[in-house]
Design a protein around this ligand. Structure first.
Ligand SMILES: Cc1cc2nc3c(=O)[nH]c(=O)nc-3n(C[C@H](O)[C@H](O)[C@H](O)COP(=O)(O)O)c2cc1C
Length: 212
């Protein structure tokens, strides 16, 4: 029998969010949740949705991997000429969403996106396996390509010309999303979910509870 997806629902019972348990610094709160997700070895615990908006106001979203975070922001790596790269150039506003279903948790983060310093992009580029470095160097991400075969030919040509010794291409590197809003969401029974939002205003973070 066919499953009716509209009937897919489960009760959220894993946890609760009390203001008293939340750190006043949302970066530290994020770290606590993120570490729990990583330590539980949840698949792709560092996968996050990035939403961007083009200069003509069209929104788009895609999954990326979080590669670094600290009190400056949340870092990811990509092609600067990709669709998201062009969006960010024209409009630096961005939003991230993490979803850890096993923990019944979601984190939303919003802010402005800036390019990462070149030396940090270099550092990460050279940590990547050679195959990924090659792929980043040849792929005109988000542009139309004729066929899969053309892509493989581009790899072969690049390898023949450059071997394994090449620098990071200018069009590939990191971005940092600098948050001014976080929301921590914990699923609760009967959809009476807990939501705590943090806002950065006048150089301080304040938090409040939102209705589910
Ligand atoms: C689990 C997962 C991880 C991904 N990680 C990245 C990443 O770190 N960087 C990246 O450029 N694309 C990554 N992608 C591919 C993007 O979702 C997307 O297809 C690509 O960046 C092109 O997006 P754009 O055309 O909107 O710029 C990932 C996809 C998945 C499903």
């Amino acid at each position: 029998m066919k499953k009716d997806f509209k009937k897919l629902r489960h009760e959220y019972i894993e946890g609760t969010l009390n203001e008293s348990d939340m750190h006043s610094n949302p970066f530290i709160q994020f770290q606590t949740w993120f570490k729990q997700a990583v330590n539980l070895e949840l698949p792709d615990a560092n996968a996050m949705t990035l939403a961007t908006v083009s200069s003509d106001n069209r929104a788009s979203a895609r999954i990326l991997l979080l590669k670094e975070y600290n009190e400056k922001g949340f870092c990811f790596f990509t092609n600067y000429n990709s669709r998201k790269g062009i969006d960010i150039k024209g409009n630096p506003s961005g939003a991230l969403v993490f979803f850890w279903p096993e923990l019944e948790r979601q984190v939303r983060i919003e802010g402005k996106i800036e390019k990462l310093e070149a030396h940090l992009s270099d550092e990460y580029f050279f940590e990547r396996p050679i195959g990924s470095r090659t792929a980043a160097s040849i792929s005109p991400q988000s542009n139309e390509i004729e066929s899969r075969e053309v892509l493989t030919q581009m790899v072969e040509k690049f390898v023949a010309e450059n071997g394994t010794q090449f620098s990071r291409p200018d069009f590939w590197g990191g971005y940092r999303l600098i948050p001014d809003l976080f929301e921590f969401w914990q699923g609760r029974e009967n959809r009476l979910n807990d939501r705590i939002e943090y806002n950065f205003k006048n150089k301080i973070w304040t938090s409040r509870r939102l209705a589910p």
